[in-house]
Design a protein around this ligand. Structure first.
Ligand code: GLY
Length: 371
């Protein structure tokens, strides 16, 4: 191999040709690559990536896969996919009509990473723009930064030509917020401890009463794709935790937490309790596990074990002494192998390959339910 060909280019061109790379030990210093044998193009996402929206005839993963395999840049294809959910007024976990914060304001978080370009962008606590994933990409493409938040993120979006709306609530998200407010804030401000307990108790009651779906409490979509050239990208977008304290930012816009992509290794992203992921930076952990040779499923399970081990506060444990929350990871390596993993049984993930779209069960670390 010519000395002029840098290691990174060798990895990429070899991956594209579907050849076997050397073992992880072969590279001294820096981060070694995993074995890449032949790439099976795939797009994976949280289960909502396979829900039909707004009378459409394509799901998120179907659209992203179709565009990606027709030659669209992988990240552009993934963002087109998640835009379906962000723009859907009936999807109350993402974008327009996402469940608002404690003051009734929809604040959105998103991040994206482009493996081949080694670039990333994110926004947090963004108000007034239906498609935060597009603003995250604009941060990636037009700034020297990786994360813009709050008013600054909105001003940036305005400057980039995005439409800014006064209120991203729909009738549905506003009504649910009012119901939550009625239940939790009768005397306006309670002491922080009882307020947090009320928040959780009433939120869970609203889930049990069928007013909101459990996965929409922390509702999010993460979507990752790899094309036949081995180019891998990812995007995560969310309205975050329902009824959150204004300004609360979860894991979704944080690189290494809600999303991490290494173009030579793979991608990982998450849905579920963002605080557990922020503490452990699991997407980064998962990608590093894959770099050391782990299969996506084993890499994801390692992250779940880390979260379980680091969850010791009583308020976060159920009667069995186990985490009382759900969290899921979606993992794709640069060969197109994938997995969904979840803390508890019952979660699913979406995938689209040459064989068409499928919804598959996540591998669970623990049996039963969180509570
Ligand atoms: N995982 C989404 C959030 O915690 O905001």
């Amino acid at each position: 191999m010519s000395k002029k060909i840098r290691r990174r280019d060798f990895i990429r061109s070899t991956a594209a040709a579907g050849l076997v790379l050397s073992s992880p030990k072969a590279f001294k210093g820096g981060a070694p690559a995993v074995l890449i044998q032949g790439v099976k193009p795939a797009v994976i996402s949280s289960a909502n990536g396979n829900h039909f929206k707004n009378g459409g005839n394509e799901t998120c993963v179907q659209k992203a896969f179709r565009l990606m395999t027709a030659g669209t840049d992988v990240l552009d294809a993934l963002i087109e996919g998640v835009n379906i959910l962000e723009l859907d007024p009936e999807e109350d976990s993402v974008g327009y009509g996402g469940l608002p914060n404690a003051e009734g304001v929809v604040q959105l978080d998103s991040s994206c990473m482009h493996g081949p370009k080694k670039r990333a962008g994110a926004v947090a606590a963004l108000e007034g723009v239906r498609t935060p994933s597009r603003v995250a990409k604009a941060v990636m493409e037009n700034t020297d930064h990786h994360l813009l938040v709050g008013h600054g993120a909105q001003q940036f979006a305005r400057d980039m030509g995005f439409t800014i709306e006064d209120d991203l609530n729909t009738k549905h998200s506003r009504e649910l917020w009012l119901e939550w407010k009625r239940r939790t804030d009768p005397s306006h401000y309670l002491d922080p401890k009882s307020r947090a307990e009320l928040w959780r108790r009433e939120g869970l009651k609203m889930i049990r009463e069928g007013l909101i779906r459990e996965e929409h409490f922390y509702g999010t979509i993460n979507c990752d794709g790899v094309n036949s050239k081995g180019e891998i990208c990812g995007v995560t977008t969310t309205s975050g935790l329902s009824w959150k304290i204004p300004g609360r930012v979860g894991d979704s816009p944080i690189l290494g937490a809600g999303l991490y992509v290494d173009g030579a290794v793979g991608a990982a992203g998450s849905t579920g309790r963002g605080e557990a992921n922020l503490y452990n930076l699991c997407s980064f952990l998962i990608v590093e596990e894959m770099r050391r040779g782990a299969h996506p499923k084993d890499a994801g399970m390692e992250a779940l074990r880390r979260i379980k081990a680091n969850t010791i506060e009583k308020r976060l444990l159920n009667s069995r002494g186990l985490p009382n929350f759900g969290i899921n990871f979606y993992v794709l390596n640069a060969r197109g192998e994938h997995a969904g993993v979840s803390m508890y049984e019952g979660a699913k993930y979406a995938v689209c390959t040459d064989a068409g779209p499928q919804t598959l069960p996540c591998e669970a670390l623990l049996q039963g339910k969180p509570d």
